[in-house]
Design a protein around this ligand. Sequence first.
Ligand code: UDX
Length: 434
Amino acid sequence: MDISILGSGYVGLVTGTCLAQLGNCVICADSDNKKIAALKKGIIPIYEPGLEELISNNLEGKRLIFTSNIKDAVRNSEVIFIAVGTPSLDNGEADLTGIENVARNIAINMAGYRLIVEKSTVPVETGEWVKQTISMYIKKKIKFDVASNPEFLREGSAISDFMHPDRIVLGVESKKARDILVNLYKPLNAPLVITNIKSAELIKHASNAFLATKISFINAISRICDKVGADVQEVAEGMGLDKRIGRPFLNAGLGYGGSCFPKDLDAFISISSKLGYDFELLKSVKDINEEQKTLLLQKIKDTLWVIKDKAIGVLGLSFKPNTDDIRNAPGFDIIKALQTEGAKIRVYDPKAMKKAKDFLKGIAFCKDAYTAAKGCDCLLVVTEWDEFKELDFVKIKKLLKRPLIIDGRNIYAKEAMQKMGFTYLSIGRAPVNG
Ligand code: UDX
């Protein structure tokens, strides 16, 4: 099929490239000329495992085109995905300016039937607004359909999440729209949820909100574990074996960050209150998540006593492993709070340092974990990169001023840390002294 993707960010780029990989002709459009110029040369602005190679394959195969000309995109494709950003406004509402602009531009440039598909995460009833906007600007008698097809891509595993989805959600309101999308996704051979637009929009917000709820739930349990000396990882193990609960997303730690959960929760709370429902539960999920950072800071203070002039090594900057994305990364708040107290910070992250340099001043960006640990009073883990799990701890111990590790993501075994002579603190697990 001839497809265009309007908005070439994380979602648009992965969606467009994967649809091209499935054999479609895809035009990825974006208003950012610099980004498009780089993409035409196969240079991508994000780190997403496997994406660069997939883009160059499909550029070579002439199935993928990048343009900043939305008119060409609309004229040359029957299916148009809206994949522009929907960032949070100050009051937490989703900013739908991009969605409206793109809907209007599609309408103005349409010369025949088009299926317009919401790929961006949008509050429920946005589809109604998109329909109204297109109807207002479209030339007479041209037919169109709107559909909702939310994505469930995780950064760091986005391509495999696209190619092997748990389900594909299609919010459609005509047989034509349904047939087009069923046909488009046939090669993935995945379970289909075919529903109306509003339900599809809600499936996305409700899914992210539930995942964030699961994380805050286990983080709340970690507080009780801390008080009684229970082990939150073993509690999560015991809970997760119940098929109705499931082990994933029960990892206690510094809490969730990223560009989705915080934004989607705010948008969901805001649209719910507009609709007359006060989503108290999600407000608590947010509060618990915020408090995880305060609690870790307290643990650091309780252990180091005076923070001023202490040297602290920080491992990790990205909001989670296998990405260079630092948006709402919990580690940033921790670093800034420690700096305010006068700590000297040394930091290492495998991928996110380049992006972080614009936001963190007065800290030492180090070339590896050992350099970050050198001469520090304590080593702090804030992102659970695999490479931090395989460090040479004999070497780490020699480099540290004192053998103290505070682990915000519970990536080390307590017994192993104790045996190697470390004082080891983590989240929801009893501290050990080496
Ligand atoms: C999420 C959703 O998973 C995805 O379906 C949606 O499309 C976009 O948002 P993403 O934000 O990329 O994906 O990352 P995810 O792997 O879901 O982790 C989100 C955050 O939760 C990260 O900060 C991670 O560190 C944290 N997390 C995750 C926990 O704190 N504990 C867990 O057990 C799992």
